[in-house]
Design a protein. Structure first.
Lengths: 111, 116
């Protein structure tokens, strides 16, 4: 009963390095989302996908790219990490039911 | 555009008392949903309760109820008989149903501390 799985859980990067965060869901959900959470800012939407092969920009997309090559996976990429991207990243998914299922989060620090 | 406002950065409540966490929203869409999530110190996001804009009655889930006042555009969360385990961040969120693709928009959250 995995639900939404995010990997890795923690990561430390140096400025300019790249990395990919993986989100996998086993509920056959159509919609998937990447949010970032910063103190006092709540959750802000980075990118989202409404189905396999689709992606769309959210509120704070700059510096990130995403891909949804398979329905169950939604990848978030940082091509050249910056200290401003230090945050906790959450992946979430839903089907046509309204409830959003969240992963456990990825704590990313960019030095 | 949709917007969620939570005006209480932090709240304290005595154990076993009831507490209301405020949430106001802004949307011009007639059909939408309102959600509350809890985030304990462990970090996971836990779904608590949902209210649809056309629902006639206020939603309830155990000790949680949503005080939905459509004309005022408010969706306050009421927690009855507070427990120490209720200490957490609480987020209000909404989604427009005009299109199926609209993502969930979150407020900035309220940190609730339950005192023994």
């Amino acid at each position: 009963n995995a639900g939404v799985t995010q990997t890795p859980k923690f990561r430390v990067l140096k400025t300019g390095q790249s990395m990919t965060l993986l989100c996998a869901q086993d509920m056959n959900h159509e919609y998937m989302y990447w949010y970032r959470q910063d103190p006092g800012m709540g959750l802000r939407l980075i990118h989202y996908s409404v189905g396999e092969g689709t992606t769309a920009k959210g509120e704070v997309p700059d510096g990130y790219n995403v891909s949804r090559l398979k329905k169950q996976n939604f990848l978030l990429g940082l091509e050249s990490a910056a200290p401003s991207q230090t945050s906790v990243y959450f992946c979430a998914s839903r089907d046509y039911d309204e409830k959003l299922f969240f992963g456990s989060g990825t704590q990313l620090s960019v030095l | 555009a949709q917007k969620i406002t939570q005006t209480q950065p932090g709240m304290f409540v005595q154990e076993k008392e009831a507490v209301t966490l405020d949430c106001t929203y802004d949307t011009s869409d007639p059909s939408y949903g309102l959600f509350w999530y809890k985030q304990p110190s462990s970090g996971e996001m836990i779904f608590l309760i949902y209210q649809g804009s056309y629902d006639q009655q206020n939603a309830t889930e155990g000790r949680y109820s949503l005080n939905f006042q459509k004309a005022r555009k408010s969706a306050n969360l009421v927690i009855s008989a507070s427990q120490l385990g209720d200490s957490a961040m609480y987020f209000c969120a909404m989604r427009s149903f005009i299109t199926g693709n609209t993502p969930l928009v979150f407020g900035k959250g309220t940190r609730l501390s339950v005192i023994a």
